[in-house]
Write a protein that binds this ligand. Structure first.
Ligand SMILES: CC(C)(COP(=O)(O)OP(=O)(O)OC[C@H]1O[C@@H](n2cnc3c(N)ncnc32)[C@H](O)[C@@H]1OP(=O)(O)O)[C@@H](O)C(=O)NCCC(=O)NCCS
Length: 198
């Protein structure tokens, strides 16, 4: 599979799942007509989740821009949704960049690790507050690992690392094979750079 196939054929990476409550849900890529679903997801994220997760602003304007400029071959935005039709609601949003951000590449370079934008990829995950710690993030990351591998990616790094005062995320990443490679200050705390083989 090629990342360029995703926007032309979203079904390629769509998958029905079951939440821990037994309720059915769906994993699928964000599409251009999803702005009215993505905006409420952003707006409803708690202050605590926004403190831990900040790849971009969380407002309707940002959701509109992301959907208008959508290019999943650069940055796949995997959604978990529940409900269908007009009632479909976003409950998880994982960004997978097919490449490496310059800031992350520079920090790894200082650690003596050369990141390769053609075979490495970058992760920024989030789950809606009420679904956190229910296993949804694990289902989403498992699916993203398969997609990344199918697209020829060999390693995954975290977008901007992870705050050390986010023990749940650090535990989550370690469980998926991520290891700490360095520490750096940002946002008033120390952060880990973590990388996983795929
Ligand atoms: C990080 C995140 C994406 C993980 O998704 P999730 O659905 O909560 O993850 P899961 O429920 O599959 O797994 C969470 C794990 O953390 C564990 N956990 C929960 N609270 C914990 C804590 N305070 N300390 C350590 N581990 C904790 C759970 O027990 C579970 O591990 P286990 O399956 O080995 O028991 C989600 O919690 C989230 O969106 N957090 C807020 C935003 C964020 O931190 N994003 C990452 C920024 S780098």
């Amino acid at each position: 599979m090629k990342p360029t196939d995703i926007d032309t054929n979203p079904a390629l990476i769509s998958k029905p799942i079951q939440l821990s409550s037994g309720e059915p849900a769906l994993l699928r890529p964000l599409q251009r007509d999803d702005a009215h679903r993505l905006g409420p997801y952003f707006i409803n994220l708690s202050a605590e989740t926004r403190r831990l997760y900040a790849p971009h602003a969380f407002d309707q304007e940002t959701a509109d821009r992301i959907c208008a400029e959508l290019d999943s071959s650069q940055a796949l935005r995997l959604l978990a949704t529940r409900g269908s039709g007009a009632a479909e609601e976003v409950i998880g949003y994982f960004i997978l960049v097919f490449g490496v951000h310059e800031g992350d590449r520079k920090r790894y370079e200082q650690l003596g690790i050369g990141l390769d934008g053609t075979t490495d990829c970058t992760l920024a995950p989030s789950v809606a507050d009420v679904y956190q710690s229910t296993g949804l993030g694990s289902i989403m990351l498992e699916h993203l690992y398969q997609i990344a591998r199918n697209c020829g990616r060999k390693r995954m790094v975290l977008w901007g690392g992870v705050r050390q005062d986010n023990p749940r995320a650090v535990h989550f990443y370690r469980r998926f094979g991520f290891v700490e490679k360095g520490q750096f200050p940002a946002g008033g705390v120390d952060n880990y750079d973590m990388i996983a083989p795929l």
